[in-house]
Ligand binder design. Structure first.
Ligand code: AGP
Length: 617
């Protein structure tokens, strides 16, 4: 949540900061701002609303300078207003700070500072940090230099803070210098020629540099035009390495699509090919996942798997649970990260935990990872964000290689996660009971999935028609069984987050245990009923809804007839073995939610109140 970027160099800071913020907008978009140092003064521009508002503000009220910090916000403490937008300043007005994270004990610190005659201009937790650092800076008179004085003040203030932070700080008295620190929120140092960057994510600086250092929790960093220094907040040296950034500069371009979400839905065939590339062995009829860093013997000893994730990743995990149990016969549990971190789930030495995360920065999932490691479990990641915190802290894992996903609603990363969980199930299955023939058959079917998705996408116009018919609805139910129960949950999440329709997903079998009370002429039910062992059971449930006059959209397999008689609309997916149907059935449902949201005039890529990367608890 929230994106920050700082720049020190020879170029014009405002345009670099604006471009970086535009690329970080997925992290939050309710207000933004920047502070740029010029002739010993920190000039600030900030406002509520999208980055576009800030761009207009900076264009109409110009600022200049080669050193600056900036921020795009997702509100935690305080409404999204001009005054709550970052940067925030200390009492002297000379120290500016941008912050990503949450200062949990801010109220107590704020009260303490107010008693010392500090006045606050915002309702944010972040301003407390700016004021506290400023206070210690004012008190530190014996330092050898102003930079050393600021370093000491930052260390002292952060030692009093409970919570998480990725911060960047500039001081009017110290030209050409920015300091930063991180704990629980990402911060990356970009190395350029005669310039350095500090940002929440490499995408913010990709047009300027390919060399980055991913900072660790507890790091303190100082950047100048020609130098940088990383040390530990607790004192002493910090370990770091320089990484080459692989992200394509145009990866975040929207092309001819009206929204990133639609583009990303259409990228699924390629994303799935990339998830499988080099990971299937026909010779051994298995999957090769070297990143797990486990031998066959070690994998053989695994007797229980725990899959953790949030939101869409937890739905992918649920599909994974069905896959691992049916293909590999390994007891598997799914636990949403925010619960896992506070539960006390018994584990043993043969329990393997996976953390599934697109961003690799979701705080709850990171906490679940750390909790698993604390218990002595081997914790692996299934992550899209290269070199993200979860990727770096895992004991190993599998990268999704889905490419950057900008739309807040996860689409291609969901199918990519499910693909990787299928590969994992194949690998673990082949170590256990799955025969060569079974393995080869699964590989052959899996390889056909991208093309089958392509045919669903080719039929998007038909899905758009259905969307238009139901776009005015205010509530929807989604139902599925077995492998497609998690798809009902995921489809409902897609619908509610981008179209603001009250939607809920259920196991079809639960209908008569309560959900059926919601069935009415005004509430359409979507049934995911491919041609599988539970098709007839789904049909019975559809009849129950039909008998109560509920409108019905059915999703079934091409060539399967019968639903047309009882459903108001039927959408078709190509035939596939039941374990692979989730990879297909979710696609028309992603498109359905997309077209409904677009029809309702919703801001599809940036839904209200949400952010792509949830780095606060
Ligand atoms: C999905 O559409 C949501 N944006 C959200 O549920 C998301 O999947 C969740 O926040 C987890 O994010 P992660 O995969 O980056 O950890």
């Amino acid at each position: 949540m929230c994106g920050i970027i700082g720049y020190v160099g020879e170029k014009s800071a405002p345009s670099i900061l604006l471009d970086g913020l535009r690329r970080l907008e997925y992290r939050g978009y309710d207000s933004s701002g920047m502070a740029v140092l010029h002739d010993g003064v920190l000039e600030v521009r900030k406002c509520a609303g999208r980055i576009e508002n800030l761009r207009k503000l900076v264009a109409s009220s110009k600022i200049e300078g080669n050193t600056g910090i900036s921020h795009t916000r997702w509100a935690t403490h305080g409404e999204p207003t001009d005054s709550n937008a970052h940067p925030h300043f200390d009492q002297s007005g000379k120290l500016a700070l941008v912050h990503n994270g949450v200062i949990e004990n801010y109220q107590e610190l704020r009260t303490e500072l107010i008693e010392l005659d500090h006045t606050f201009k915002s309702d944010t937790d972040s301003e407390v940090l700016a004021q506290l650092i400023g206070r210690y800076y004012a008190e530190e008179e014996n330092s050898t230099s102003l930079a050393a004085r600021l370093t000491d003040a930052i260390k002292k203030a952060l030692s009093r803070v409970t919570g998480t932070y990725g911060i960047a700080i500039a001081h009017a008295d110290i030209p050409g210098l920015i300091m930063g620190a991180r704990l629980g929120s990402p911060l990356v140092l970009g190395l350029g020629e005669n310039e350095h960057f500090l940002a929440s994510d490499v995408s913010a600086m990709i047009t300027h540099t390919r060399e980055a250092i991913y900072l660790n929790d507890g790091d303190l960093v100082t950047i100048r035009k020609n130098a940088f220094e990383i040390s530990a907040l607790s004192g002493g040296k910090a370990d770091y390495e320089i990484s080459e950034v692989e992200l394509a500069e145009d990866a975040a371009e929207i092309g001819d699509y009206p929204h990133y979400m639609l583009k990303e839905i259409h990228e699924q065939p390629q994303a799935l090919r990339d998830a499988m590339r080099g990971r299937l062995s026909k010779e051994d009829a298995t999957a090769m996942l070297g990143g797990l860093q486990m031998t066959s013997r070690e994998l053989r000893e695994v007797d229980r798997i725990i899959l953790t994730g949030c939101g869409t990743a937890s739905h992918a995990a649920m599909v994974g649970e069905y896959l691992l149990e049916s293909l590999a016969r390994i007891p598997t549990e799914v636990e949403i990260s925010s619960e896992f971190r506070y539960r006390n789930i018994p584990t043993d030495k043969n329990t393997l935990q996976f953390v599934i995360s697109q961003s690799g920065e979701t705080l709850d999932s990171l906490a679940a990872l750390r909790e698993g490691k604390r218990k002595g479990c081997r914790v692996l990641g299934i992550v899209n964000g290269i070199a993200s915190t979860i990727a770096r802290e895992s004991d190993g894992g599998v990268y999704m290689h889905a490419g950057i996903e900008i739309g807040v609603a996860a689409t291609k990363t969901f199918t990519s996660q499910v693909t990787i969980l299928t590969l994992l199930s194949l690998l673990l299955g082949r170590i256990r009971h799955l025969s060569t023939t079974d393995g080869l058959e699964l590989i052959a079917e899996l390889e056909k999935i991208p093309e089958k998705i392509r045919t669903i996408l080719d039929g998007a116009d038909r899905i758009k028609e259905v969307a238009q018919r139901f776009s005015a609805t205010e509530s929807m139910l989604f139902m599925g069984r077995q492998f497609n129960y998690p798809i009902a949950l995921e489809a409902a999440l897609k619908m509610k987050e981008i179209s603001y329709i009250q939607a809920s997903g259920h196991a079809s079998g639960e209908l008569k245990h309560g959900v059926i009370a919601l069935v009415s002429k005004e509430t359409p039910s979507v049934f995911i009923a491919p041609d599988d062992a539970v098709y007839e059971k789904n049909v019975s449930n559809i009849e129950e809804v039909k008998a109560r006059k509920g409108p019905i959209i059915g999703i079934t397999t091409e060539g399967k007839t019968g639903l047309e008689r009882i459903c108001d609309e039927v959408l078709y997916i190509p035939s596939a073995p039941p374990p692979l149907t989730p990879l297909l059935s979710i696609v028309p449902l992603q498109l359905l939610s997309y077209y409904i949201a677009a029809e309702r005039g919703c801001d599809v890529d940036k839904p209200r109140n949400l952010a792509k990367s949830v780095t606060v608890e």
